[in-house]
Design a protein around this ligand. Structure first.
Ligand SMILES: Cc1cc2nc3c(=O)[nH]c(=O)nc-3n(C[C@H](O)[C@H](O)[C@H](O)COP(=O)(O)OP(=O)(O)OC[C@H]3O[C@@H](n4cnc5c(N)ncnc54)[C@H](O)[C@@H]3O)c2cc1C
Length: 338
């Protein structure tokens, strides 16, 4: 029997991962992406929490071969080093410029139809999955990112926690360092070339701002986003959503990309059954939403609490003390948001 075709709006990580996994099951899939590849995206580009087995189930085996292996982290409380620690599991550093592009190439090589430069505006009816990323809404947050050259790091991942904002720095391909952070939006951050350095200075991270001003920013890599909401999204329609379009974990956890992959993976069995005409679209949606809640509810709750605590001076002191006095291990805090 002929399989029913599926359309995915949004060719970011969640959309392309879902497309790749469905092609493994021979489902006819079209991904509609409003941008073109390759392109820079606001993201810390630090991947942690997804296993090799999960990547393989998505049809992504070997795609991260160019990623940098990341293990050592150094955390700063404002200007002061607060904790040097090893990650419980190795993480990966890879730019979205590279990753989204190679995922798109593999999707097409495996028979997927990819339409770029086209914004999906139709109603999301049966057979359409929205993987359109963070929905636009009122918020005080701004996310920034840029690649730098000539920026030596003191660990594979430096995490600078400031007042009301944070900045992460990690090695991606070659000599590039990705610098990305989340801040409260102020007038001083609008339209400036040195927005990242300004944001760091505003959050009380003056020496870091100096380091950024002395390094060379890669042309075209500075990106910013605002108008987004962390946590479960609250859509007004009944469309099926995956990735950030369904729920956005606070970026400080470095788990959003893994969640995008996992939310795609969780959607595969029900969508294959729907395509084979074994279940209805409503049954597929219900089953996928249930899996997302089971997988992500606890993670999202803890991530919100941890971000709230870490962006306050007393919270950082408390966390550093708790880890150094062994009241709680770094690994167990890390696992709470994975
Ligand atoms: C400041 C910041 C730092 C972060 N750091 C990290 C980190 O270090 N590690 C980590 O794991 N995660 C991080 N994240 C989170 C991570 O970037 C996201 O969770 C991840 O990109 C979600 O993938 P997605 O596919 O759901 O959405 P996206 O990657 O946003 O993809 C959505 C795609 O849909 C397209 N699109 C949107 N609307 C339409 C439309 N109408 N029609 C067609 N196409 C459309 C967009 O062009 C885009 O390509 C960070 C996020 C921020 C804001």
């Amino acid at each position: 029997m002929e399989m029913k075709p599926l359309k995915i709006a949004g060719g970011g990580l969640a959309g392309l991962a879902l497309g790749l996994a469905l092609r493994r099951e021979s489902v006819p899939v079209t991904v509609i992406e409003s941008a073109t590849y390759p392109r820079h995206r606001v993201c810390g580009e630090f991947i942690s929490g997804i296993t090799d087995a999960e990547l393989e189930s998505l049809g992504m085996e070997g795609l991260m071969a160019g990623a940098t292996q990341l293990q050592e982290t150094l955390w700063f409380d404002g200007e002061r080093p607060m904790l040097r620690t090893s990650l419980p599991n190795q993480a990966r550093g890879i730019s979205r410029h590279l990753l989204d592009g190679i995922m798109a190439e593999r999707f097409v090589a495996h028979g997927g139809a990819l339409l770029t430069g086209q914004r999906f505006t139709d109603p999301a009816i049966e057979g359409i999955v929205l993987a359109t990323g963070r929905p636009s809404c009122e918020s005080t947050w701004i996310g920034l990112k840029a690649h730098f050259l000539g920026l030596p790091l003191k660990a594979d991942l430096e995490l600078h926690l400031g007042n009301g904002g944070y900045l992460g720095m990690t090695r991606v391909e070659g000599d590039r360092v990705n610098v990305s952070g989340l801040f409260h939006r102020t007038e001083s951050l609008t339209g400036r070339e040195h927005r990242l350095a300004q944001a760091a200075a505003d959050a009380g991270l003056g020496s870091l701002a100096e380091r950024l001003r002395e390094a060379t920013m890669v042309e075209g890599s500075l990106k910013g986003v605002h108008r987004f909401q962390l946590g479960w999204q609250s859509p007004t329609d009944d469309a099926l959503r995956i990735g950030d379009a369904a729920a956005m974990i606070p970026p400080i956890t470095g788990n959003g990309m893994s969640m995008a992959f996992q939310s795609a993976l969780a959607a595969v069995p029900a969508l294959v059954d729907w395509s084979r005409r074994q279940i209805s679209w409503d049954q597929a949606k219900q089953s996928i939403r249930k899996s997302h809640h089971t997988l992500f509810a606890r993670r999202l709750r803890w991530a919100r609490r941890l971000q709230w605590i870490l962006l306050r001076p007393w919270g950082r002191r408390l966390c550093a003390q708790a880890v150094s006095r062994r009241w709680v291990s770094f690994a167990s805090l890390y696992q709470l948001v994975r």
